[in-house]
Design a protein around this ligand. Structure first.
Ligand SMILES: [Zn+2]
Length: 163
């Protein structure tokens, strides 16, 4: 993804409560490997149920505040709705995002299961072992990245949808 500055990020939130953007903690932007990301996601260390996802949409940074549900998934496995990676249920969390604008003020929200650490981009780059019959690991990662981008776009669309 194209790099984001701190100003980009603070100005990107579409569903924040008043004052929330100013108090949002920043992840370490200097060491970020932007080329290996579809979105920037992080949890708030001072308010652990809170998390943030920021991605570019039509050349504009769009940031979404999400809140982790307090109920945890039980044993077994679960699938992140953004990166579609199956993993132990403890590593996937139900997050809800207040919808933007009027819908959000009415209390509407959108919920979905996402990797608990909001680090889908790292997860999808764990390359599969190369096998003769499958596409190259690089192609597999590229396909996963395209899927992640499309599903994040759809999720963002649901948060932004008017009415
Ligand atoms: Zn994920």
């Amino acid at each position: 993804m194209k790099p984001l500055t701190e100003d980009d990020i603070r100005g990107s939130l579409v569903n924040a409560a008043p004052g929330e953007a100013e108090h949002m903690p920043m992840p370490g932007l200097h060491e970020m490997v932007w080329d290996d990301r579809e979105y920037l996601g992080w949890r708030d260390p001072g308010s652990p149920s809170r998390g943030y996802l920021v991605a570019w949409r039509d050349g504009t940074p769009v940031g979404i505040v999400v809140r982790a549900a307090s109920t945890r998934l039980q044993a077994g496995s679960a699938i992140c709705s953004l990166c579609n990676t199956p993993q132990p249920a403890s590593q996937v969390t139900m997050f809800s995002a207040t919808r933007a604008g009027e819908a959000g003020r009415r209390g509407d929200s959108v919920g979905t299961y996402i990797c608990a650490d909001l680090a889908c981009s790292l997860l999808i780059r764990i390359a599969p072992p190369p096998l003769d019959m499958q596409p190259s690991p690089a192609e597999v990662v590229a396909a996963r990245a395209a899927g992640l981008t499309a599903r994040l776009e759809a999720f963002t669309g649901r948060v932004l949808q008017a009415a």
